[in-house]
Design a protein around this ligand. Structure first.
Ligand code: AMP
Ligand code: GLY
Length: 420
């Protein structure tokens, strides 16, 4: 079976790494991929948002299954268009209707309200409701959470501790701060608690829960400073005990999947549910229509059962017959970034030490091959994943490996898992 993975980050490298372990795998293609995926399969230089380029690659390389990594092509309807062009192709990823759970905050909030899924209280305002929105903000408790309705490259959520700032930002958003993505704004109650994520494989009616994980989003230690694409992840999440897990299953996962079925959403793929625990109760912060990055880099190594079999069960709607087996061990993934990230940074720095790595798996993100060597090619460069019988043991190993890897300007957070 020939497989094409779409994307170029650490998540896609982790998919490729896990797919490689499947006896069912024939040829593996990654588009566009990175230096890490190129060592596991063939990188294809194509635009993953251009449907015809994907259709051509599927025909040329006799690809049987496409796994879509990032959200943008999903929200743009790639899966629907592939289904039209290539009815026999198996595709892992929701169609346009299902991807709205990530593509529109307003849609997601309405979905949660309809299906009684616990989430922060909210109101939404469009460009015609500016005055009503400002009046609403006048009486809203602080801090105030403002969310652009549409995709804004991870920058569309603002948490304002100051009312005047909230009003200014609200107005700027409705006036196009994030383009069409903020022509509608969701104003949400601020929730305080520990965040974690659950990943659910959905085949349109059946589902399977994958290991839970927690990611670290801020650039600075102690979760301070600017937001990033993710500085590290751990799995499992120690504070999610049996009681909380049961609540997550019954109050969030089940009604979410039932909601997808009842609403007739096209969903054969991974549903990422971002949660926050408030006084022992789970609340949904967000849905994503794909796996997380860098959570996938600690979730895939914990998956004992075959990942390609899981993808096939999703496509063939037989997840009810598929057994997901999980390793008991902890997995930790620490991200190494280019100095300056998430603001300006340099690229093209040679990376040393990759060949000597032992007892860890190094997933590439922003890397490429230049003159036979691997060089940096992005802000987030590598995610170093290790396993251990405890969180501490896994973290120690991740950091041991990081200390042997080098590139000019390298930076990582030294405190992944610090809050647990
Ligand atoms: P998102 O871009 O939707 O992932 O949101 C970014 C981050 O904002 C989340 O990971 C949370 O840390 C935070 N956040 C979003 N909504 C809330 C909320 N209602 N209360 C507190 N924090 C929130
Ligand atoms: N780690 C958060 C995300 O993938 O959106």
């Amino acid at each position: 079976m020939n497989v094409l993975v779409l994307g170029s980050g650490g998540r896609e490298h982790a998919f490729a790494w896990k797919l490689r372990q499947s006896a069912k795998l024939g040829q593996l293609f990654i588009a566009p991929g990175n230096a890490g995926t190129g060592a596991l399969g063939k990188n294809l230089d194509l635009d993953m948002n251009a449907v015809q380029e994907i259709v051509d690659a599927v025909n040329r390389y006799a690809i049987d299954l496409v796994l879509v990594g990032p959200e943008v092509p999903l929200v743009d309807g790639l899966v629907d268009e592939l289904a039209e062009a290539l009815p026999d192709l198996k595709v892992v990823g929701p169609g346009r209707s299902g991807a709205q759970l990530e593509g529109s905050k307003s849609f997601a909030k309405d979905f949660m309200r309809r299906h009684q899924i616990p989430t922060a209280a909210y109101r939404e305002f469009g460009t015609d409701d500016l005055q009503a929105g400002l009046a609403y903000l006048e009486n809203h408790a602080l801090p105030i959470v403002l969310k652009a309705d549409g995709l804004a490259a991870g920058k569309g959520v603002l948490i304002c501790t100051d009312r005047a700032e909230a009003k200014n930002e609200f107005e700027a958003m409705l006036e196009g701060k994030f383009g069409a993505a903020s022509s509608k704004v969701v104003v949400e109650q601020f929730l305080t608690g520990l965040e974690f994520s659950v990943f659910v494989a959905v085949d349109g009616s059946n589902f399977r829960v994958l290991p839970m994980a927690k990611d670290y989003k801020r650039i600075g230690e102690g979760d301070t400073g600017l937001n990033t694409g993710g500085m590290g992840s751990i799995s499992p999440v120690p504070f999610v005990d049996e009681v909380l897990r049961e609540k997550v299953m019954h109050q969030v996962v089940l009604p979410s999947v039932q909601g997808i079925v009842q609403d007739g959403l096209n969903y054969r793929g991974f549903l990422f549910i971002g949660l926050i625990e408030v006084d022992g109760e789970p609340y949904v912060i967000e849905y994503n229509c794909r796996m997380g990055d860098p959570e996938t880099q600690s979730v895939m190594p914990r998956l004992k059962s075959d990942f390609l079999e899981l993808c096939l069960a999703i496509c063939d709607q037989r997840l009810n017959q598929h057994l997901v087996e999980i390793h008991d061990e902890f997995a930790t993934s620490v991200v190494m970034v280019s100095g300056g990230y998430p603001e300006a940074y340099e690229k093209g720095k040679p990376i040393a030490g990759l060949e000597e790595v032992k007892k860890s798996t190094v997933f590439h993100a922003g890397t490429k091959i230049e003159y036979e060597g691997v060089v940096t090619n992005g802000g987030r460069v590598l995610a170093v994943t290790a396993m251990g019988s405890s969180l501490e043991e896994a973290l120690q190993q991740s950091y041991k490996t990081i200390d042997r890897l080098d590139f000019e300007g390298k930076y990582c957070r030294r405190d992944i898992g610090f809050d647990l």
